[in-house]
Design a binder for this molecule. Structure first.
Ligand code: FPP
Length: 247
């Protein structure tokens, strides 16, 4: 029986963020180069996107390439960029068929021009879709995002368009890449690592964290459903007491 039948469809998280980890180790286990693990990871991306759409998740953010990933061996970086270009262009029709809107966060201008233009084409072609919002975090890190936001806030204060006393949490939200997206209720990381790795640090202040031991290329929609079932058993207190929540 599919895990899907156990999900309460009225309490599905609106936003799920995933740190897709373990491609390299998966490749090693299978005596293959690391890049092979990344390309197998695309199969998982497809399945998980499909699963998220099936149960009505509104936003799915996938950490596909971090600011720190630029420091990996040149060959791996260029193979990953090529994989992104190929996947994005190959999958655009299928995204449209499934009403998936593609968006991206991160320092997108730092991507190779072929990747940047393919990404923008796909974003444009899927912009009218009203189903799942698939957000790729590319050349992204939370510290980068916060630094950029702080610089912009400082400029706006300096040019008198933002009075210092008007700065609130919600104003800060508006300066982030994720300004139009609700905070993730659930953050999943695969591969048995228990780290956040510079991902959405501001936005996950009250997210539920879920760690799976599966390496990303083995991860499937059934695993996503299992994480959601676990999430639905939790009590989210946001600093309140249990009694306050029930009264
Ligand atoms: C982490 O595994 C994975 C990445 C840095 C890249 C993720 C990319 C994909 C799944 C493929 C393309 C994605 C899209 C959205 C088209 P790792 O290399 O850090 O693995 P390791 O920790 O085992 O070395």
């Amino acid at each position: 029986m599919s895990n899907k039948t156990q999900i309460d469809l009225t309490k599905v998280p609106k936003h799920i963020a995933i740190i897709m980890d373990g491609n390299g180790r998966w490749a090693k286990v299978h005596n293959q180069p690391r890049v092979f693990g990344h390309s197998k990871g695309v199969v998982s991306v497809r399945d998980v996107v499909e699963g998220a759409g099936e149960i009505g998740v509104k936003h799915l953010t996938l950490y596909a390439f971090s600011t720190e990933n630029w420091k990996r061996p040149k060959l791996e970086v260029s193979a990953l960029m090529q994989l992104l270009v190929n996947t994005i262009s190959k999958e655009t029709d299928s995204l449209n068929k499934n009403n998936v809107k593609l968006t991206a966060i991160g320092d997108l201008k730092s991507l190779p021009s072929s990747c940047y233009s393919e990404l923008n084409k796909a974003i444009e072609k899927t912009s009218a879709n009203t189903g799942l919002n698939l957000i790729l975090a590319l050349s992204y890190s939370a510290k980068w995002e916060l630094t950029e936001a702080i610089k912009q806030i400082a400029k706006d204060v300096q040019n008198n368009t933002l009075p210092v006393n008007d700065i609130t949490e919600s104003i800060i939200n508006n300066y982030l890449n994720t300004k139009d997206i609700p905070e993730p209720e659930l953050l999943i990381r695969t591969s048995g690592e228990h780290r956040i790795s510079n991902f959405l640090l501001w936005q996950i202040a009250y997210s539920e964290l879920y760690f799976s031991d599966k390496l990303w290329p083995d991860y499937r929609k059934e695993d996503l459903f299992e994480a959601i079932i676990d999430y639905q058993k939790r009590e989210r207190r946001f600093g309140l007491t249990s009694e306050q929540l029930t009264s």
